[in-house]
Design a protein around this ligand. Sequence first.
Ligand SMILES: Cc1ncc(COP(=O)(O)O)c(C=O)c1O
Length: 349
Amino acid sequence: MSHFLKNALEGYRPYVPGEQPPDGEDWVKLNTNESPLPPSPKVIEAIKAATDESLRLYPSPTAAPARKAIGEHFGLDADQVALGNGADELIEMCFRAFAGAGDRVAYSTPTYPLLDPLCRVHEVVASTHPTAEEWTWSPEFVDDPAPLKFLINPNSPTGTHHGRMTVERVLGRSRGVVVLDEAYVDFAPESQLGLIGKHPNLLILRTMSKSYALAGMRIGFAFGHPELIAALDAVKDSYNLNRLAIVAAMAAINDDEHHRKIVQHVVSERAWLEDQLSEDGFEHSPSAANFAFVKPPRGASAAAVADALRERRVLIRHYDREPIAGWFRITIGTRRQHERLLEALKEIL
Ligand SMILES: Cc1ncc(COP(=O)(O)O)c(C=O)c1O
């Protein structure tokens, strides 16, 4: 890496996104938790209609029309909503706004691997807490008084979902801002949206990358007390959502039927795939997200299996570090993709 990189980044390991093979190639791509179904046709229409000469003008700096539409959809005021270039940008904005150099940022591990590099970049201390039994939050994590704490719920890659009482317990016992990342919540039994308004230290993050099939548009949103939202806005890039993302967000939020269709597909295919893999001897951890978290039968090396799948043009995520060494995260796809995956696994195992 460049010797110009700041000293604080000595030994830095950047976040490595999952492999994106070139468009149009016939891969069974189950490695990055995208939607297996396409976005709403109304979103495509809205993007096409907005692709005109107005693109020479900057977009609304606050993405105001999308904030209003998303707020109305969820029964919130526009000043309780912030928008980001994906939930990733909102996560980064939380670091900018709430954690100074040398501060602690708390999260439970294993979890979303973006948090470690962000701690390095922002020169904060990662206050990490290994999960307790069955990937649950440890008492030390719940009680950590860090000024910024992330709850990834459902978690990636374990798929674990904590219920209302547990989340409220963390909120009550935390001293700083608690960011509840609900990127996968539409596939889970319940969301904690109802806690907005009750806890001034709570921010909830959502994304249109999963259940709205818009990973390529980069749209995330945050809900919280107007003061927390104002703090995020104060540190954001000036025009963080482009014109096409703004119209796409509005069209997507207004097409409930399409959204429901994607969620129902994923939830029922998740059950089917988990059953099939269990029959084939895989261990699985119950997942409330758009992926299955599974471990091959005894004796199989996860890296070797993932490599052999890749040779057959099937991409999944595998892990080689404890406590999840040997586990796979498999994005829920279409039935055809699952059949190809299962056939390939049978050959390999
Ligand atoms: C827990 C979690 N949060 C946030 C994101 C990022 O979402 P976005 O695509 O909106 O940046 C992901 C992406 O996979 C994720 O797993």
